[in-house]
Design a protein around this ligand. Structure first.
Ligand SMILES: [Zn+2]
Length: 359
């Protein structure tokens, strides 16, 4: 017998939240950060973000959602600002689900010089890279967009702010999602998890986010370390829990914690997982499990990211993310796949799950 509650969105949101919060690699952030974000949200994080997105998108086909991503890694001997696999993979998977399940025209925003890499990653999930106008046309006039647009945000604050104003006027986005997208601290300095100043060359994506918030457009932040856009929403609480993050290895002395908040915050053990988790929630609510990510697609996506030149946290361009191999991420997505069929108990009893999970 299944013990049923009255609010299925809450139930599925809660179990997805629990899954994305398992600290598999022992990083030590999520166990304390999740309760802070959950207390602020007052409900499961994917439910609050997912329901807010569905409300903002409404019944409109071709509504534009900006998805910003692109963590960068500084490695001696390599070009500066090599993109990491954590972030872009989650952004592409979420873009696919938003396009297929919600009729959205996804526009991806990333760092200078990384547009080509992100386009290649999108291609590994079957998404073409087209101009924003072409993606909006597809999403409006066909069953769904089979493409994303990829734009590069400038590293100059002034230039990024001008871009933000122009893109808002041209595309009238209904929401902006940042996934593993660095935010400056309160002194305007960007830091990586090694607490080094990574400001030069970095996309000033927070300028786009700030324009969105000022215009009352929904903002969603997804992160796993405290220095990403969105984490500003619980900055003071994070500073109390993690005093170490209030210090840095650069002269600014401001620590690595993000200053930029978001309406909805999703903390996850791995940022990509937060994107996959939100996609799974949306697919479940829309009754479209095939629009969610899958383990097989995750395998292809991480290979696509590696082929495009993205770097795993271990410094190699192998298919993995946050220093965990592809199989670990595939296993996470496989568990999520069951949740897109929530509650899957009856399907399992009838023997249908064997066929439905492999896709
Ligand atoms: Zn600093």
């Amino acid at each position: 017998m299944r013990i049923s509650g009255s609010d299925q969105r809450y139930e599925v949101g809660d179990v997805i939240d629990r899954l994305m919060s398992v600290d598999v690699s022992g990083r030590g952030f999520i166990a304390k950060a999740y309760p802070l974000a959950r207390q602020r949200a007052g409900a499961p994080l994917v439910q609050v973000a997912g329901d807010s997105l569905l409300k903002a998108i409404g019944d409109r086909k071709g509504a534009v959602v900006f998805i910003m991503t692109g963590a960068t890694s500084l490695r001696p001997g390599l070009d500066p600002h090599i993109g990491e696999t954590d972030g872009p993979a989650g952004a592409v998977a979420l873009a696919r689900t938003l396009a297929l399940a919600c009729g959205v025209a996804p526009i991806l925003l990333t760092d200078p010089g990384q547009g080509g890499m992100l386009s290649r990653a999108a291609r590994s999930l079957g998404l073409y890279s087209l101009s924003p106008d072409a993606v909006i046309l597809q999403a409006s006039q066909t069953t769904h967009a089979a493409a994303v647009a990829v734009l590069e945000v400038a590293a100059s604050e002034t230039q990024a702010d001008l871009q933000a104003a122009q893109w808002m006027e041209s595309y009238s986005p209904v929401a902006a999602i940042a996934i593993e997208k660095a935010s400056p601290n309160e002194k305007g300095v960007f830091h990586n998890s090694s607490k080094l100043d990574t400001t030069p060359g970095k996309a000033r994506a927070e300028k786009v986010f700030q324009r969105m918030r000022e215009a009352g457009v929904l903002t969603v932040g997804i992160g796993d370390g405290g220095n990403e856009i969105g984490m500003g929403a619980i900055r003071e609480e994070l500073a109390v829990c993690f005093p170490d993050l209030t210090r840095c290895e650069c002269p600014c002395g401001g620590g690595i914690l993000a200053s930029e908040p978001a309406d909805c915050l999703i903390t996850a053990a791995v940022s990509n997982w937060g994107g996959y988790a939100l996609a799974a929630y949306l697919a479940q609510v829309k009754g479209m499990p095939y629009a969610a990510h899958s383990a097989e697609r995750e395998r292809r996506l991480l290979e696509g990211c590696a082929d495009a030149g993205y770097m795993d946290l271990n410094g190699m361009c192998t298919p993995g993310a946050d220093a965990m191999p592809s199989e670990v991420h595939q296993a996470f997505v496989k568990l999520l796949s069951v949740l897109t069929l929530y509650p899957a108990l009856d399907l399992g009893r009838k023997g249908f799950l064997d066929d439905m999970i492999a896709r």
